[in-house]
Design a protein around this ligand. Structure first.
Ligand code: HEM
Length: 152
C-alpha cells in the first residue's frame, strides 16, 4: 500500500466526497493487480513491460515510489542502485531450485508476507556461480565496470 497521507481540504474524487483531515492510502496492490491491465497479475512475467525488441514499454510507472508532491526523491538513485546490484548478481550467479535426494528439483511454492508492505517469504534455493572463476575481478573484466569506482 502507499504511504498514508492526510487531506488538507475537502475534495470530491470520482463522485466520492473526501472530507478535510482524513487519512488517504493509495491502494497500490489493487493497481498492480488490475487483471484487465495485467492478465494473471500474480504470474511473474517481466516481459509484460517489454516490447518485442526488448525495449521497455512506457508502462513502468514506479507505483512503489508514491505520487505527486511527496513522491520519493531517491527513486532514480534507488532504481540505478538496484539495477547495478541485480544485474551484477545475475551476471555472476544463477539462482536455482534445491534438489531432493534423487537430484530432482524441488518446486518453490511462492508465499508472501502480509501487511502494509509485503515481500516474498524466504525459500530455500541454490546460488550457483555461472562460471568457474566468478569473482569481482572477473565481473569487472566481463562488464568493463569497476564496482568500487565512484559513479559521477
Ligand atoms: C527501492 C527503494 C525505495 C523505495 C521503494 C522508496 C519509496 C518511497 C515512498 C513510497 C515514499 C513516500 C511517497 C509518498 O509520500 O507518497 C518515499 C519518500 C521518500 N524517499 Fe524513498 N524509496 C526508496 C529509496 C529512497 C532513496 C535511495 C532515497 C534517498 C537517497 C529516498 C528518499 C526519500 C525521501 C527524502 C522521501 C520523502 C519525500 C517527501 O516527503 O517529500 N528514498 N520513498
Amino acid at each position: 500500500m502507499g504511504i498514508p497521507h492526510a487531506t488538507t481540504t475537502s475534495d470530491i474524487y470520482n463522485g466520492y466526497f473526501i472530507p478535510k483531515g482524513v487519512v488517504v492510502i493509495a491502494n497500490t496492490w489493487a493497481m498492480t493487480h488490475d487483471a484487465q491491465k495485467y492478465p494473471n497479475p500474480d504470474e511473474f512475467k517481466p516481459e509484460r513491460f517489454l516490447h518485442e525488441d526488448g525495449s521497455l514499454t512506457s508502462d513502468t510507472m514506479p507505483l512503489g515510489f508514491g505520487w505527486g508532491r511527496r513522491i520519493c526523491v531517491g527513486q532514480h538513485l534507488a532504481e540505478a542502485a538496484l539495477w547495478i546490484a541485480i544485474t551484477s548478481f545475475l551476471a555472476t550467479f544463477s539462482i536455482q531450485k534445491i534438489l531432493d535426494e534423487h537430484g530432482e528439483e524441488i518446486p518453490v511454492v511462492p508465499k508472501f508476507s502480509t501487511g502494509l508492505i509485503i515481500h516474498p517469504e524466504t525459500f530455500p534455493c541454490r546460488i550457483v556461480p555461472r562460471f568457474k572463476d566468478a569473482s569481482v575481478e572477473r565481473l569487472t573484466q566481463l562488464t568493463g565496470l569497476d564496482p568500487f569506482e565512484s559513479v559521477t
